[in-house]
Design a protein. Sequence first.
Lengths: 236, 82
Amino acid sequence: MIGGCWRGTGRVVQVKIGVVTFPGSLDDRDAQRAARLAGAEVTPLWHADADLHDVDAVVLPGGFSYGDYLRCGAIARFAQVMPTLIDAANGGMPVLGICNGFQVLCESHLLPGALTRNQHLHFVHRDQPLRVANNTTAWTTAYSVDQEITIPVKNGEGCFVADQKTLDALEQEGRVVAYYAQGNPNGSLRDIAGITNERGNVLGLMPHPEHAVEALTGPGTDGLGFFTSVLKELVR
Amino acid sequence: MAVHKILVDVMLKPEILDPQGQAVANALPNLGYPSPVGLRIGRHVELALEAADADAALEQATKIADTLLANPVIEDYTVRLA
C-alpha cells in the first residue's frame, strides 16, 4: 500500500492532499505529482467549487491565475473555493502556496506583506539555493535549520515587500521559513523567499519545490521534503 | 437609480519601490529629456455604478477599491465622482 500511513489506531490512513486549479494555473500537475511521489493521495480541487472534498492539506500552485490581471493573486482570492480554504487554514489545515499561490495567500491576508514586480523588472528562472530558517512548520520538518537546498525559482513578480515593523516581527518570531542564498533573484526585502503564519500551518514560498522532486526533471530532489513533511505532520 | 461615474486612482505607497516607473524614468534621457525628479506609475479605473445617489455610489466604490482594486498593504487609492 503505497503512501498508506499507520495511525495509533492500527488503521491504514491515506493522506489526501488537494491541489487547487485556477484558470491560468500552470504548476498544478507538477504539484500533484510531487504530492504523489511523497506518498499522498491527490485530490484535484477546482476554483469554482467551494468544497474541499475532505482533503487533509491544500497546495495553491504556481502560474498566472486569472491572467495575473489587476495584481497577481488578486482575483483568485475571490474564487469560490477561497472562503472554505481560508476557514480551513484558520482552523489549522496545512496550506502551501507556491509562487502564484504565495501571492494568493498574501492577497487573502492569510500571510502578511505582498509580492511585487521583480526589482530588476526581468523574469528570472534559475536553480536557486535557499537557506532553511524554520523547520518547525507543517511543511518543513524534513529539513534542518540552516540547511541549504536548491530548487527552481521562476517569477516576474516575486519581490517580497512588507513594512519594517512586519519584517522585524517575521524575523523575530521565526516566521521567515527560507532565505535566498548566494544571491537574491528578485529584490525581496531581507532576502525572504518564504514565510509562515503564526501557527505554522500556512506557508508561502516563491521558489518551486514541486519542480525539484526527481533528478531527471529538476536540479535534484531537494523540494520533496516540503511534501514529505506535511505527510508526517498529518499522520502524527 | 441613476448611473454614477466614479474614478478610482491606485498608486503604490511612496515607500514601495516602483520598478516600472524607474524603467520609464530611465528611458527619458534616451529621448533627449533630462532625467525626471520623480516618476511613479499607478492604475486609473473608471467605474459606472447604479446607485440611489452619488454618496451611495461613492460608498460602494470605496468598498470595491479597498477589497479588490487596491491592495492596501502596498497601495493607496483615491475615489471621486467623475
